[in-house]
Write a protein that binds this ligand. Structure first.
Ligand code: DX5
Ligand code: ZN
Length: 220
């Protein structure tokens, strides 16, 4: 099944709960939550208190994307504030296996993320250990950027690796995904699609519905 994961980075934070409920009522099942620390990426977004507050207003699946240095330091905190899946960057830690184990131990789903400069091959040793691979289709750190087409070749490579190993790993794409290029990402082999500005910038329900329609069509 193809899944849409709207990214709240593009939401109006003064009306966050309301906008999440709007996306949820329109049919979104996942919510993409971008945590930035000002170290791994230049910007600082938000952290546990915000996630905890929105946990109280929605049961939607929380797809947390940690863009933080040494994510192993904070796994318990993100699990405790309501993450369902924790995505961390391969480039951000020296202890990838330990970080995976920490997330598993807390009963959460595990995602491993690669930035545009990291080759698909770097994932090989960890593929069997994770539920999801997140292939960044822009340089992490900011919403509203343009998709880098070469990153879709990497999605193809990851899909081939997953198939070859007989795994059921989800492949998520994140960055610059819009209604007019989502088909390319799906064709390349992604089955979870993040969209920030293309969902939250206006007419949230309408955008969610249009994305979901495209995602469904690509399944048949
Ligand atoms: C970028 C973030 C993305 C971002 C996507 O570093 O990881 O999740 O919110 O935003 P759009 O869809 O606007 O590119
Ligand atoms: Zn993200």
């Amino acid at each position: 099944m193809n899944i849409l994961s709207p990214s709240i980075l593009a939401a109006d934070f003064s009306r966050l709960g309301e906008q999440i409920r709007e996306a949820e009522h329109a049919g979104a099942r996942y919510l993409h939550i971008d945590v930035m620390d000002g170290m791994f990426v230049p910007d600082i977004s938000f952290g546990m208190p915000v996630i905890l507050s929105i946990r109280h207003c929605s049961d939607i699946f929380f797809d947390v994307h940690l863009m933080i240095q040494k994510p192993e330091r904070y796994i318990k905190e993100f699990a405790d504030c309501g993450a369902d899946l924790i995505n961390f960057h391969l480039e951000a830690t020296e202890d990838v296996t330990g970080t995976i184990q920490k997330i598993r131990f807390l009963g959460k789903k595990v995602g491993i993320t690669i930035s545009p400069h990291t080759p698909a091959k770097a994932l090989e040793p960890y593929l069997k250990l994770v539920d999801m691979v997140l292939v960044m289709t822009v340089k992490p750190g900011f919403g509203g950027q343009k998709l880098i087409p070469e990153c879709l070749d990497k999605v193809r490579e990851v899909r081939a690796m997953v198939m070859e190993k007989g795994l059921r790993t989800d492949i998520e794409v994140d960055g610059g995904i819009r209604l007019d290029n989502v088909d390319l990402a799906l064709e390349a082999g992604a089955n979870v699609v993040v969209a920030g500005s293309a969902v939250f910038q206006n007419k949230i329900s309408e955008n969610v519905r249009q994305f979901m329609e495209k995602l469904k069509k690509a399944e048949v």
